[in-house]
Design a protein. Structure first.
Length: 173
């Protein structure tokens, strides 16, 4: 006969396993959502660029007033789908939960001898060193600082937030 404490322990263990399974599913869905949002962003930028180029070409024609394309109403990207793409850092949480580009940033900073600026990180993660890519990366760095993954020990200079010398934030324990 099973005792009540043993039965409670068994049920608690089953609940704990289910929580871990759900956390794993959330991490996978988070990665998929990040990729889908990046794809959506690229399509929106492409559409906006084509609309702008067509408008400029039409303006250059003599009868531009009659042929100017009507610019479609631009939809703003969805705000907050209820998913935190960069979770706040907590004890035991590894950088593997972060979206790919954030993990790349963390790896670059882990390999760096000291703090780096966004313009130094961009080429190391495989992006062209354009103003837009640098500013986008700077925004990601600031987000990582806000969530406790990085520190900004001087304005514009980022480094890993090392809470414990024995813990590698890029690899789980």
């Amino acid at each position: 006969m099973v005792s009540l404490p043993e039965e409670l322990e068994a049920r608690e263990a089953a609940a704990r396993r289910r929580v871990e399974e759900l956390r794993s599913e959330i991490a996978e869905l988070t990665l998929r959502l990040e990729a889908a949002q990046e794809d959506l962003s690229r399509w929106e930028i492409t559409r906006e660029t084509v609309t702008k180029v067509l408008a400029e070409l039409s303006a250059a024609e003599p009868d531009a007033e009659a042929k100017a394309p009507v610019e479609p109403e631009l939809k703003s990207p969805p705000h907050g789908a209820g998913v935190v793409m960069v979770p706040p850092w907590r004890e035991g949480l590894a950088a593997t939960v972060l979206p790919d580009v954030y993990r790349d940033i963390m790896e670059v900073l882990a390999d760096a001898p000291g703090p780096l600026q966004a313009k130094q990180i961009v080429p190391r993660i495989g992006l062209p060193a354009t103003a837009g890519k640098i500013e986008g990366t700077r925004a990601k760095l600031k987000r990582l600082v806000e969530r406790g993954w990085l520190i900004e020990n001087a304005p514009g200079r980022f480094a890993l937030a090392r809470r414990d010398a024995g813990i590698d934030p890029l690899n789980p324990r």
